[in-house]
Design a protein around this ligand. Sequence first.
Ligand code: AMP
Length: 399
Amino acid sequence: MSVQHVLVLNCGSSSLKFAVMNAENGEELLTGLAERLLNDDATIKYKIDGSKHQNALPYNADHKVAIDTLVALINERALAENIIAVGHRVVHGGEHFTGSQVITNEVLAAIEQTAQLAPLHNPANLTGIEAAQAAFPALPQVAVFDTAFHQTMPKHAYLYALPYSLYKEHGVRRYGFHGTSHNFVSAEAAKALALPTDEHRIITAHLGNGCSVCAIKNGVSVDTSMGLTPLEGVVMGTRSGDIDPGLFDFLTAQLGYSAEDVSTMLNKQSGLLGISELSNDCRTIEEAYLDGHEQATLALDIFCYRLAKQIAAYLVPLSGLDALVFTGGIGENSDIIRAKVLAHLSFLGWQVDAQKNTDARFGNAGIITTDSSPITALVIPTNEEWMICQDAARLAQEV
Ligand code: AMP
């Protein structure tokens, strides 16, 4: 069989992350990012054959322009002939999808229907799919949903205590996100620790710009912290996570906020940024904390306390714990946050190896508890692109 490559596309609200990967071994032939799309300074950066490149994109370039630029690059570098499928990250699959899907007209219609639950993301994902279909009409296109991994949650975990009709008629429920990442790192942890596939209890903390925690029992998601939207749960870079819903009344009735103002505040001006009044970037917060900056210290303390509470809460659905996994830009790099979270949870009896925790910085993954610790904590770099690549290659064989 000839070499099989997959083009992986991840359209964010104003970005396009892409990769051409070898479906056998995960080798990345081309990786890159187009960002600040729909702005006057959109750029595309990519790495190929070990060298890095960066070009400006035309004024106001959108996802279609970015994908057309990428396709021209793929053709120019003669990468197209081995590509057997295009894999798309799709943020919201609602209740329609419990796994990845070859994209048909019905699948497209369902993604469109779900767009009202993810108005920033699903339309961008659809643009990506349409542009890729136009560029590669003969290739199978596969959708990999952030929500699919969490479709195994039991009803008592995914329903809110709201009028039932909101769920029945409008699909208001917890969906959860980052599913591809939680799935990948929990499977890697089970493999690394040789845990039986049908008997393990893992908590995964995906800590990046968005943060979520997931409880995984015997390989399936049984609860997760993000909800109907990616705003619920733990504290994030600019998102508040859980708040008292009564805040909405207070802000609108007493302080004259519009619904849009409230949404902007909760999504873009809260979290680490809101508390520190400094930055949403964890590196900046940590530097300021080390310099004794009071609000940066408070932001880190709140972030870690809330994260530890969320992890502890998942001992309920799991009735115990074998492993806790840290992943995402913060989870993989911040020994400070990992140490603080593990210290909050020291009553669980794990023995943290401080040196291993420090050494796990900068992509040096691995176990950060001692050999005799009753529960293992690990750092595992996430690789959503590789999951998307594998699913796309597998489903392409079935077309
Ligand atoms: P992601 O969304 O997974 O790319 O993660 C982005 C987050 O990771 C940002 O808050 C970064 O500040 C954080 N991050 C990246 N590198 C480091 C680092 N060396 N130390 C602490 N946080 C980091």
